[in-house]
Each structure stands twice: as structure tokens, then as C-alpha cells.
Design a binder for this molecule. Sequence first.
Ligand code: FMN
Length: 158
Amino acid sequence: MKQLLIVWHSQFGGTEQMAAAARDSALDVPEVEVVYMRARDAGVAELLRCDALLVATSENFGSLSGMTKDFFERVFYPCEHRVEGKPYTVIVCAGSDGAGAMLQTDRIATGLRLRKVLPGVVYKSGLTAQPQVVSAAVLAQCAELGATLAAGLSAGIY
Ligand SMILES: Cc1cc2nc3c(=O)[nH]c(=O)nc-3n(C[C@H](O)[C@H](O)[C@H](O)COP(=O)(O)O)c2cc1C
């Protein structure tokens, strides 16, 4: 069975809602196991085992969140040359921008030679450092992303 790993970090709940929407739609795809983990709990074993990776992060200080970066810092060298070609994509929850988080996540993933197979989702909430309810339209984008990534795995496209 193919496995989709969703690694996420959220301080105020926005990214968590987006990651959960991607997870829920991916769970409907047959022949794909979905592993949904906070960034602090995910590590080398999970990245090596998975067949595709979805990273969901808030944008902090113009980059991926510290906990998401911590995940990559822990897995990078142990996984270097062992995950090349694995498909991935990214969800970003930002206050007003999001481009930096997407760019820096892509730079790290490129270093691991992961393969970005879908463009990802950037959501600008307009809110900084406070709880929020992510709109149904944005959650639908995340759901589509999760389902598409999982369906590609299931069909053997990636
Ligand atoms: C320390 C800190 C730094 C932030 N830096 C940025 C930033 O550089 N660009 C941006 O658009 N939003 C920034 N934000 C806003 C967060 O991206 C926004 O609050 C987001 O919704 C948080 O996601 P979460 O709800 O999953 O925690 C920052 C928030 C915090 C707490």
C-alpha cells in the first residue's frame, strides 16, 4: 500500500485546518495509507517510509515555521540521497504573504531532490498570530490538493 505522509505545524490553528482538509480528502482515496503527523513528531523513519510528502506550514518571519524547519533539519542528512524523486507539495498559511515560506520549503525539498508534483496552496488569512476559521473555499483547495496527491499515488502516476 502506498503511503502519503502529511507533516504539519500550526500555532494558531489555521494551518492545522488546512492540513486536516487535505488529510480527510486523501483518506477517501483507495490503496493509500495516510499518515498525519505534527512536525515535532515526524522524523527520519517516516520520511523514508512514505511514498509522497505533503508539508503544511505557517509562514513565520518570511519563511517556513520553526517547527517545520526543525523537522527538515533533523531529517535532511540522514535522508539525503535516500528520498530522491519522492513527490511532494506544500500548504502555506500566512498572514499577508506566504511566498517566503513556499520558496524556502521548496529550496530545502530541492536539496533533498524531492519532486514537486503539484503547485501547492498559499492562503493569506489577513490575521497575524490569532486563531481563525479558514474559509470553506480555501479548505476545498486543500482538500483537492490532498486528494490529487493521493490519487496520483494510488494510480501509480508519481
Ligand atoms: C512569529 C510570527 C511571525 C510571522 N511572520 C509572518 C510573515 O513573515 N509573513 C506572513 O504573511 N505572516 C506572518 N505571520 C502570521 C502567520 O503566518 C499567521 O498568523 C498564520 O495564520 C499562522 O498560522 P497558524 O494559524 O497555523 O499558526 C507570523 C506570525 C508569527 C506568530
